[in-house]
Write a protein that binds this ligand. Sequence first.
Ligand code: UFG
Length: 329
Amino acid sequence: MNVLVVGGAGYIGSHCVRQLVAAGHRPVVLDNLVFGHRGAVGPEIPFYEADLGDPEAVGRILREESIELVMHFAAFAYVGESVTKPRKYYENNFVATLRLLEAMLDNGVNKFVFSSTCATFGEPERLPIVESLPQAPINPYGQTKLDVENCLKAFAQAYGLSFAAFRYFNAAGAAEDGSIGEDHDPETHLIPLVIDAATGRRENIKIFGTDYDTPDGTCLRDYVHVDDLARAHIAAFEKLEAPGVGLFYNLGTGRPNSVREIIEAVEAVTGLKVPVVEDARRPGDPPALYADSSKAQAELGWEIKFTEVREIIATAWRWHKANPDGFGD
Ligand code: UFG
């Protein structure tokens, strides 16, 4: 299938592009390179430097490349920033997505795969998180993603759009061959920061909160390999053949790891000591988030290849060792 990957030069998008090729599809990338990296996309992949909120550019690409399905990974995803700059988040994550959907409908493209987030659940009333739990985001980032989810439901009913929305837990790791990986600026995610502390690129890792009601006092998260996420997206394609289909899936391994466990795992994988500083809680961090992904496994046949966090960290380590400066742009 001809697939437009919006945000295909970003972390999850670029891994998805490679999985699409491996599965026999033809990806076309659209990215404005604000956060994406040109070097994350192979030179053989059609690449358009454009903005998803530009309906003329998007419409032209949809027609010229005979696009049948759009995958949308382009979003701002800094939770703290979303609280201080909500306009930026509503503009990019919601309004621009609406423009993208309009361009699709105007050009007869009605299959859509959307990157959503466990942040749509806020502080869940039960764990693990199943799809049917109430969604109550506690920051504008999660709210903009939930707003798009609701928009998609209405568009499916009214316009026959078929979509799958995936709520990721903590995306982690890198391509197994070490060729592409995680490179955020600024980096806020735990695993790359701990690796930088191990190698001495950062002085230490600060543990945000050691007094949570969890077994070792630090937050529990569900780290899921980026290629496992990508494979779930592709597995949903055939379900989107009929018009008006709306699907939601939580994607995580279901195995929570604490911040301390991640630090220990990085030490075990790298053989390096990680200097640790115990710090105050980071505002807005729920104590524990982990997924029940049995729906994706049952309905999509999703198989989690990387079930152990050490295997995930080993792929991240391979990428960081080979590319200490990331993509170098
Ligand atoms: N953490 C530290 N020290 C650090 C960085 C993180 O202790 O220097 C802790 C955090 O407090 C948290 C855990 O490590 O407990 C994971 O933090 P990340 O920032 O890596 O990831 P989050 O769980 O905060 O964020 C992820 C996604 C977001 C998404 C969010 C939903 O990256 O996009 O889940 O809660 F919105």
